[in-house]
Design a protein around this ligand. Structure first.
Ligand code: HSE
Length: 442
């Protein structure tokens, strides 16, 4: 057998621990596969004492991840620190500059510096692999980079954040409150350290920025992505969508047309009987629509120690085989500029929830404003105003203040919707900001 493939791992948190477990469990099988042992020669983490001292064996401990990245004791540097800048970036750059292959799970780093890091990897003739950065164990990077590279991709979309999908699923199936479910997702270890990254849509945006680049051969452009989170989704939206035959999902969607690339993260109504609607809990899904491959849907675990370690290890195995390609398939110098299509030109149907003054003429005024903008309504339903009561409390008489009106439109432009809702707000017929959610035909 040849000399071992030596690796240095920076970051021994959830994913790093999972990687140690995987390399322990499968060392003989992987060695047989690539013809040499995968040997962890160095590690670095925030703290040495974490109940893992006895796992480190002959591995050399580095207090400084950058020193580990530069150390000649390893050929592959595995970055599992996280963060878009700081030590993670410094260590990855140091490793690439030292002519080492890099494997990273760091979506934020790639979303911000992906093109520059790819250029550095290409200059040094080394791999920069990041299967674990998007959707955990789902092989979306390899699918786009390798299996579907010969296709012209028309659209890529998915459920890319397990925390949001868990919250929306629980709000729907258990009628639980948003904050209560978020707390549970944090306790289960799915949520980011700062959960606004999850619920605000930013985690999904990081992942979408990476797969948009791979899908369309464009530069990674996080700042060109329209981002909306799920904070505004209420139980009223979940129930109204359900009664109309829809589920609400936080989707990352990117499509390319002559107008450019439309890349957005937002809650969306999807038909209950669509495949994506069936993806529940923390599960992720990625759908890819290519001109020769047709529609492909990948579903699986998007986070967690084992699934993410599976993705990291597969990147190490590729390096073991000597399989190196430009990180974003197209060489970084040839990636086209991400030309943003105007979201105002988005054409589709919309769900709208309005809290309306329950007075004569209010509904007619809404319909007029929609009609003024050429928006045709598919359905409009007014719910009797209800004053919510705590379980077991004496029911209260209905509030006379506001009625909930749910509208589903026929296809129209985002600009028409935006302007119609602006007029409705200006007219003063609504008692709170209107809720507008795109309906996705998937
Ligand atoms: N916070 C992320 C999620 C973890 O909930 O999916 C994986 O990136």
């Amino acid at each position: 057998m040849s000399e071992p493939l030596t690796i240095g791992i920076a970051g021994l948190g959830t994913v790093g621990g999972g990687l140690l477990d995987l390399l322990d469990a499968h060392s003989a099988r992987l060695a047989a596969m690539i013809g040499r042992e995968i040997r962890i020669t160095g590690v670095s983490a925030r703290s040495k004492s974490n109940g893992r001292e006895n796992r480190l064996g002959k591995m050399t401990w580095f207090d400084d991840p950058v020193a580990l990245a530069k150390s000649p004791t390893n050929q592959v540097f595995v970055e599992l620190i996280g963060g878009e800048d700081g030590v993670a970036k410094a260590a990855v750059e140091a490793a690439l500059n030292a002519g080492k292959h890099v494997v990273t799970a760091n979506k934020a780093l790639l979303a911000k510096h992906g093109v520059a890091l790819a250029a550095l990897a290409e200059k040094n003739g080394v791999a920069l692999n990041f299967e674990a950065a998007v959707a955990g164990s789902i092989p979306v990077i390899k699918t786009l980079r390798e299996a579907l590279s010969a296709n012209r991709i028309r659209r890529v979309y998915g459920i890319l954040n397990g925390t949001c999908n868990y919250i929306l699923t629980q709000m729907q199936s258990e009628k639980r409150a948003f904050a209560d479910v978020l707390k549970e997702a944090q306790d289960l270890g799915y949520a980011e350290a700062d959960p606004t990254f999850d619920v605000g849509g930013f985690d999904t945006a990081h992942k979408l920025a990476i797969i948009t680049s791979l899908a369309f051969g464009s530069k990674v452009a996080l700042d060109q992505i329209h981002v909306e989170g799920i904070e505004s989704i209420t139980q009223a939206d979940i129930e109204a969508a359900d009664s109309l035959g829809y589920r609400i999902k936080l989707l990352g969607v990117a499509s390319e047309s002559d107008a450019g690339i439309e890349a957005r993260v937002s809650p969306a109504l999807v038909y209950k009987d669509s495949a994506i609607a069936e993806v529940s809990g923390v599960t992720n899904a990625v759908a890819i629509d290519g001109d020769f491959c047709g529609n492909i849907l990948l579903v699986g675990a998007g986070a967690g120690a084992k699934p993410t370690a599976s993705a990291v290890a597969s990147d190490i195995v590729d390096i073991g085989f000597g399989f190196i390609m430009p990180p974003f398939v197209t060489p970084s110098a040839k990636l086209k500029v991400h030309k943003r299509a105007k979201l105002d030109h988005h054409y589709g149907s919309y769900y709208v929830r309005l809290a309306l003054d329950d007075k004569p003429g209010a509904m007619a005024a809404i319909a007029t404003r929609m009609g003024d903008r050429g928006i045709s309504l598919e359905s409009i339903v007014q719910h009797r105003p209800v004053t919510p009561t705590a379980p077991g409390a004496v029911p209260q008489p209905p509030s006379k203040a506001a009625a909930t009106v749910i509208i589903i439109t026929h296809e129209t432009t985002e600009e028409a919707m935006r302007k119609a809702l602006e007029s409705i707000v200006t007219d003063g017929k609504v008692t709170e900001r209107p809720q507008m959610i795109r309906i996705e035909e998937l």
